[in-house]
Write a protein that binds this ligand. Structure first.
Ligand code: G3D
Ligand code: MG
Length: 173
């Protein structure tokens, strides 16, 4: 889908809470974004650049940025960090080989602009047999060592949206 601005976001008059969705390529980030915004599965090509959607829930507006996760794009992630209130990391539950790469990725939490953000981790593809469980992913990512951010991990099946909405409520609170 490439760089896609499906709704025009007027930069200067918007009050939305900025959320960025990060994770490795193929983790399910774009699927999560469009489940939030349309309750639909969108079959997207690998994201080059970013997609952004405005999502309003109970009068709370979120601006969700889904950022391409390919290795060549990760170095530009920090250009999206300014004014971020929430980081969602999508972890592919079936990708055991690259879970260690994911662990390195969230050294980003030490970035100045992300010091106060909340962190929500979606353990995706929980419908696939033999995927990593939430407990395994938590252990691999050493989540209990994160003391300076509020965080939560949630199993999800992004193709149906299962597991997504409960956690938006957590973000709102
Ligand atoms: P990305 O934006 O992180 O790169 P995408 O990832 O959202 O493009 O998803 C990558 C592939 O994973 C897609 O398959 C998508 O349908 C699939 N996917 C996303 N979430 C889930 C899930 O919860 N369960 C399963 N089984 N698959 C999921 P394709 O075949 O279109 O490449
Ligand atoms: Mg994508």
């Amino acid at each position: 889908m490439g760089i896609l601005f499906t709704r025009k976001w007027r930069l200067f008059d918007h009050q939305g809470h900025k959320v960025i969705i990060l994770g490795l390529d193929n983790a399910g980030k774009t699927t999560v974004l469009y489940q939030f915004s349309m309750n639909e599965v969108v079959h997207a090509s690998p994201t080059i650049g970013s997609n952004v959607e405005e999502i309003v829930i109970n009068h709370t507006c979120f601006l969700m940025w889904d950022i391409g996760g390919q290795e060549s794009l990760r170095s530009s992630w920090n250009t999206y960090y300014t004014n971020t209130e929430f980081v969602i990391v999508v972890v592919d539950g079936t990708d055991r080989e690259r879970i260690s790469v994911t662990r390195e990725l969230y050294t980003m939490l030490a970035h100045e602009d992300l010091r106060k953000t909340g962190l929500l981790i979606f353990a995706s593809k929980q419908d696939v047999k033999e995927c990593m469980t939430v407990a395994e992913i938590s252990q691999f990512l050493k989540l209990t060592s994160i003391k300076d951010h509020q965080w939560h991990i949630q199993a999800c099946y992004a193709l149906t949206g299962e597991g997504l909405c409960q956690r938006l409520q957590w973000m709102m609170s």
